[in-house]
Structure formats: structure tokens, C-alpha cells
Write a protein that binds this ligand. Structure first.
Ligand code: ZN
Length: 241
């Protein structure tokens, strides 16, 4: 199985993580695939990466800014939220995407992890700020100790948006992330996320981006914009002992 690994997160020994590709198949249960097939994909992925399939927590993602601290109940029913935080070991957190940004967080001092989903909506709502705040209030994290890795997402090369989004971005102060080409507007979500992370106090050198555009690389990633009916790939992170 082919994965994309964060160089930064790979340097920590008590951590398991990966961003999947199409190689791992579709991991989402809500896109029309047979549930048995999706379960099988989860099984193979867990085995390959080395976590317990039943320890996995994923989310009912709704493009919100809701951050959920993992409880023991979450293994049965995925919580409705767009970010998960925990300091529990041997509990894998998963975010699923097809163009949105999968974001993995790790505080090396307090040993806290998070996984977040941020598309345009999540970026406009500043979900990354809520994640960092939750890590601080619940687990005493210092933003200076938090490492962040952002997986493949749709790039400004492909993410064309309508004029109403352009207007909204302008009102919210995200004009710097808009590009105008041939009379069309394009949004650079990654630039917004980076600025927001820096504003949270995350160090520049602790932020890592995968520069692959999902929409340009459909042989490797699922892309909603390019394929419409498509699967989901994932970011996974787990604290190990
Ligand atoms: Zn592209």
C-alpha cells in the first residue's frame, strides 16, 4: 500500500501516522460503496499501519468547527464533528477527505494528538484555532510544542469558486487567499490554514504541507471536484506506548 508520510511526524517514535491514497481504497461508509467492502478496506489498512481496527475513531463530518474530545463511546458511534482530540494511547483517530484538507496535530510534550477536517467551510470558521484551543484547555498543551501536518487537498490551481464565495472571503478578510484568473475566482485554502495556525502560536517550522493537489492527481487521490461520485482517503494518527 502506498502512503504519504509526514517527515516531521515520522521523526517521533511514540507515534503512528499516515495519509492514505487510492491504494487503500475508499474508507467512507456514506458514498454508496458496499459496507462489507469498506470494512475490508479498514481492516487491511489497520493491519498495514499496525493499529487495532476496533480502536479507530472516525467522524460524521459536517463542515463545522466542532472539536470533540474522544471518549470510550466513540468507538461504537462516530461523533458528529470535524476534529478529534485525545491523549489516549492505542486509539487511532481518522479524518476522511476528497479535496478538503486532512490535518494531523501532535504535541510532543503533553503527548496529545488531533485529527481535523478543513475544507473551505472549516477554514472560514477557523477550526484549527478550535483544535489548538481544545488541546490547551483540555490537556495543557503549549502551541509551541504542537507539530502540524496537512495532507493532500485541492490546490489553488483547481479550486474555482463562485463570486458569492469571493464576496464571503472578502468580508471575512481572506482576500489574500483568493486568485483571479481569466475572470474566475480560485481559493487557496492552505494559505488560510497556515495563517490561522501561525496565529495560534504554532511555530512556522512545525507546520508541514503536502503540496499535492488532489484534483490534479486523481490517479493517487480521491477528488470530489474532479470525480464527483468518489471515495474518501484518510489521515490517521495514533499515540503508541
Ligand atoms: Zn490542481
Amino acid at each position: 500500500m502506498k502512503f504519504y508520510y509526514s517527515e516531521k511526524l515520522s521523526s517521533f517514535t511514540n507515534l503512528l501516522h499516515a495519509f492514505t491514497t487510492k491504494d487503500s481504497g475508499n474508507l467512507a461508509f456514506h458514498v454508496g460503496d458496499d459496507e462489507t467492502d469498506v470494512q475490508k478496506n479498514h481492516e487491511l489498512l489497520a493491519k498495514e499501519l499496525g493499529y487495532e481496527k476496533n480502536s479507530l475513531v472516525h467522524m460524521q463530518q459536517i463542515h463545522s468547527d466542532i472539536v470533540h474530545v474522544v471518549t470510550n463511546e466513540d468507538f461504537k458511534t462516530p461523533p458528529t464533528c470535524d476534529a478529534l482530540v485525545t491523549n489516549k494511547t492505542d486509539k487511532a483517530l481518522m479524518v476522511m477527505v476528497a479535496d478538503c484538507s486532512p490535518i494531523l496535530f501532535y504535541d510532543d510534550k503533553k503527548k496529545v494528538i488531533a485529527a481535523a477536517h478543513a475544507g473551505r467551510a472549516g477554514a472560514f470558521k477557523n477550526i484549527v484555532n478550535n483544535v489548538v484551543e481544545k488541546m490547551q484547555t483540555e490537556f495543557g498543551s503549549n502551541p509551541k510544542d504542537i507539530h502540524v501536518s496537512i495532507g493532500a487537498s485541492i490546490g489553488v490551481c483547481c479550486y474555482e469558486v463562485g463570486s458569492e464565495i469571493y464576496d464571503e472571503a472578502k468580508i471575512l478578510g481572506f482576500e489574500y487567499a483568493m486568485q483571479k484568473r481569466d475572470g474566475s475566482f480560485y481559493l487557496d485554502v492552505g494559505t488560510i490554514l497556515k495563517k490561522q495556525l501561525l496565529s495560534c502560536g504554532i511555530k512556522r517550522e512545525n507546520i508541514e504541507f503536502c503540496n499535492d493537489c488532489t484534483c490534479c492527481n486523481t490517479q493517487k487521490y480521491f477528488s470530489y471536484r474532479a470525480e464527483a461520485k468518489t471515495g474518501r482517503f484518510a489521515g490517521v494518527i495514533q499515540l503508541t506506548l
